[in-house]
Structures are given as C-alpha cells and as structure tokens.
Ligand binder design. Structure first.
Ligand SMILES: [Zn+2]
Length: 314
C-alpha cells in the first residue's frame, strides 16, 4: 500500500479557537506564533500523547501533560517504538561497536523503564502508559511497503513485537497490526485531546507516527482533537543547544507555515520537565544538550499537521 495521504488538515485548522496557553509568565518570542488556538484545559480533558520513541513525549509535551493532570484531567502516553535501533547508544552506553540484537532489546527495556519513570514524575499513572513495541526506524516502512507483510528489524531481528511488557506482545510488524493496536489504545483512553508528531518532523518514525494518528482519528471523525508538535525541526534546532531555561522555544525551520501556539510553562511545570528529561539516563549520556534544549519557557503546538496549501491566484 502506498504512502497514505494526509487527509483533513482543513478540518484540523477549523478546530476550536479557545485560548489556554497563558501561565503566570509570558513568552518573549518571535512574531511567527499564532495568537493561541490551543484548546482549554480543565478537569474534562483527557490527553493522549503519541510518542514515536521513549523521550519524545517529555521533550514535546511535559508541560501540557502536567497542566492537564494539575487541572484534574487525565493524561496517557502511547509509545509507538521502544527505541531499539540506537546505534550511538550501543557505542556509548553499552560500549559495543557491533549491533547485537539481544543488547539492543536490553537497551529498549531500559528505555521503557526510563519512560515509565519520566512520565511517572509528570504524574502519568502506570495504567496510562502504553508501549506498542513496533520497530525503531521502521514505522514509515510499516505504513508503506510492510502494511500487510511483516517487517524484519535489522536491529533486533524481530518480525513481531518482542516485548512482554508491550500492550500486545507478539503482534506482527505490519502497518495493519500497528493500526489495530493504536485503535485499541484510543478505545481505552477516549482522548479529548491528542498531541501527535507533525508529518513535517524530519525523523521518518515521527512523520509516520503522525500519519498513523491522523488516519486513526480521521476514521473516527475526531481529527479536530489533534494538535501537532515537532522534535526534529531542522539543522541545529532547537538553537541554542543546552539548558537555557529562561528563553522560549523558537519555531523550528521545518515548522514553517504551521503557525504554532506558544504554550507557556509555569516554573513548576518547567522543573518537572527537567526532572523527567533527566530520568532518560541512557539518552542523557548520548545527547544531553539536545534534550535539555527543550526545557524552555514554552512548548509549541499547531492545530494543522502540515502547512496549508497556498491559494493560487487566477
Ligand atoms: Zn523520537
């Protein structure tokens, strides 16, 4: 099956215009931000964050997760992969120059434990932490060439979900199966707000996870619930790298035309985010300056997944 087209951007753009971004501080950022069309957060909010890898949910959305829980709402996270293709981590964390499938599965188990700890620090209960266990660096392949035929991970050697702690262990590595598992999580959570990766993100797993969420919500006629974020936003972003807690997150180069809303974090939300980032010890060993660059005064969310097409003049 070919690459699914991104349907319904207009429906998302037409989503509600409530403003709910103002914390006690104000963001001093560039002008390329929308006036604020992030939905109201209150006790009726049920948030689901779609995280391609362990750590993305914290980098993109720790402040929003915290805000929902503090307001008396519910928050859950679904991890599409367990981060089992990290060659750099193999070298630095595992001190191994060679890809070793059992070590990569061990590394994934560590990353899943870190994800549980990080999101628990934000207040997400264990029963709202969902690991699907699909292949790191293979999600786009599942949504295209391996929609019906199982994918083989060259990293772990797996052709099905190899993790006993996943929601559906043993499910085949196909796009069909991934969509079924993702639907089952939506059925369990019943989210009113979904924070998903934008298909504009430069990482293929992120793009494919965004498409997965868009397709699933479109089938349910619930696409207006989705808002989008970017973690891999183009060369050098976020800039500057490192821990600069007093400045906002600038819109990424790859987010051009997405008119993101600046979601301003309270100091407490920001400190919790820092704690959660630090819980990712394997990732902090490998790329701490990248991770810490997301602990800023703001998070950025857009109501459209991709830039609206230019209107041609006749
Ligand atoms: Zn990621």
């Amino acid at each position: 099956m070919g690459l699914p087209h991104v349907a319904g951007a207009d429906a998302a753009a037409a989503n509600g215009q409530a403003t709910a971004t103002a914390g006690p501080r104000t963001a001093h950022g560039p002008a390329d931000l929308s006036a604020g069309d992030f939905p109201q957060i209150d006790a009726n909010t049920t948030l689901l964050v779609v995280s391609p890898h362990p750590d993305d949910e914290t980098l993109c959305c720790a402040g929003a997760i915290r805000r929902v829980l503090q307001a008396g709402g519910r928050a859950g996270v679904v991890w599409i992969t367990s981060g089992d293709a990290s060659e750099l981590s193999m070298v630095i964390v595992e001190k191994s120059l060679f890809l070793n499938s059992s070590k990569l599965r061990d590394l994934a188990a560590r990353r899943m434990r870190e994800a549980r700890a990080a999101t628990a620090l934000l207040g997400v209960p264990a029963e709202q932490q969902f690991f699907l266990g699909y292949p790191d660096r293979g999600v786009l392949q599942l949504m295209t060439d391996n929609y019906a035929t199982p994918y083989h991970s060259r990293f772990t050697g797996a052709t099905s979900v190899p993790y006993a702690t996943a929601v559906f262990p043993g499910d085949p590595y196909t796009g069909q199966s991934l969509e079924r598992d993702f639907d089952a999580v939506l059925d369990r959570v019943h989210p009113t707000l979904v924070l998903a990766p934008s298909p504009q993100d430069s990482h293929p797993d992120h793009r494919a996870s965004g498409i997965l969420a868009i397709r699933a919500l479109s089938r349910r006629n619930e696409l207006a619930k989705a808002h989008y974020w970017i973690v891999h936003g183009g060369e050098g972003w976020p800039s500057p790298r490192g821990y600069y807690p007093d400045i906002p997150l600038n819109p990424p180069p790859r987010g051009k035309g997405l008119a993101p809303t600046a979601f301003v974090l309270t100091e407490d939300e920001q400190m919790r985010k820092l704690d959660a980032v630090r819980a990712y010890r394997t990732q902090m060993e490998v790329m701490s300056s990248f991770l810490l660059a997301f602990v800023r005064t703001t998070e950025l969310y857009s109501s459209i997944p991709v830039p609206a097409p230019a209107v041609s003049k006749k």
